[in-house]
Design a binder for this molecule. Structure first.
Ligand code: 5GP
Ligand code: ZN
Length: 113
């Protein structure tokens, strides 16, 4: 099974990396929707939030701790930002490896439409 984000984690596909540790990778989205638009993904392949359970849910809190650090480093913590997770076809998920988008450095419309 090929997964573009697993290939990025393995270094087979390059990315503009912001942060990495043993559990997660954060990198700039290739097609940014805002001046700041990065993705945070677990190194473990988990398809979507549908596959989060008692055994693997610690990764979600870790991802949010990493986001907290990165938004401060990228100077959007005070101006504000949006964290997005798309799940499944109707949710607009195009890469089936769970990921959280973080967008900021511009005013974001709500509702998104
Ligand atoms: P989704 O629509 O699944 O929530 O979001 C997938 C995101 O991954 C999209 O915003 C898309 O631009 C981004 N993306 C897809 N392929 C690549 C890639 O090879 N490199 C990077 N940096 N981002 C990618
Ligand atoms: Zn994957």
């Amino acid at each position: 099974m090929s997964c573009i984000f697993c290939s990025i984690i393995k270094g087979e596909i390059p990315c503009n990396k912001i942060y990495e540790d043993d559990k997660v990778l954060a990198f700039h989205d290739i097609s940014p929707e805002a001046p700041v638009h990065f993705l945070v993904i677990p190194k473990e392949h988990i398809q979507s939030v549908n596959n989060i359970n008692e055994e693997n849910s610690d990764i979600i809190s870790h991802i949010f701790i990493v986001i907290n650090k990165l938004v401060r480093e990228l100077n959007i913590s005070e101006s504000g930002y949006r964290i997005i997770n798309n799940c499944g076809e109707d949710g607009g998920q195009t890469v089936n490896h769970i990921h959280f988008h973080v967008l900021g450095a511009r005013e974001l419309k709500w509702p998104p439409g």
